[in-house]
Write a protein that binds this ligand. Structure first.
Ligand SMILES: [Zn+2]
Length: 170
């Protein structure tokens, strides 16, 4: 998948290690000459309260870059925009046969922190960001494929969720 094909991103929580790659996806994905065609529509972000700050912050960071790139014909005007969706538990996306359901996980004082269940074509993948043991995660993962956490130090953050438990969820 090329960067320009990424137009929807689901953020689990607002820790820096889950956000720091977003500016690159946004800015590199819109470039027509680097991203295999360039994103031509807004980048959409789904996430917890505060996700609007993330979107506005990235847009602000690239204000002058975008002015230069637009006048140089390297990006489209629509690609400069970020659309944010503040989520709560439940179905947050349902388009073209893809359904995404958000559920709360236990990331200590980081509230809210979400996991996502993605259903498509009769198949299910369940993702979580950092979490300690979470009954919601176990419940959502039943009958699906648990893909674990996207965080680089997830083994420490998972706390009491052992590999044995992850295996039993499968
Ligand atoms: Zn975290």
């Amino acid at each position: 998948m090329s960067l320009h094909e990424i137009s929807a991103i689901f953020v689990t929580h607002l820790h820096s290690d889950h956000l720091s790659g977003l500016p690159d996806v946004y800015a590199s994905g819109e470039l027509t000459r680097l991203a295999g065609g360039g994103r031509t529509k807004p980048l959409e972000l789904w996430g917890p309260v505060g996700i609007e700050n993330v979107g506005r912050g990235i847009e602000l960071m690239f204000t002058d870059n975008n002015r230069f790139r637009l006048s140089g014909g390297e990006i489209t005007k629509d690609a400069m925009n970020i659309v944010t969706h503040q989520i709560s538990e439940g179905v947050i996306y349902d388009q073209d046969g893809v359904k995404v359901t958000a559920f709360l996980v236990n990331h200590g004082h980081v509230v809210p922190a979400f996991g996502y269940r993605v259903d498509y074509g009769g198949r299910t993948v369940v993702l979580s960001g950092d979490t300690a043991y979470s009954a919601n995660l176990v419940e959502q993962a039943k009958g699906g494929r648990f893909s674990g956490s996207m965080c680089c130090n997830w083994k420490r953050s998972l706390g009491t969720v052992t590999l044995g438990l992850c295996s039993s969820i499968l």
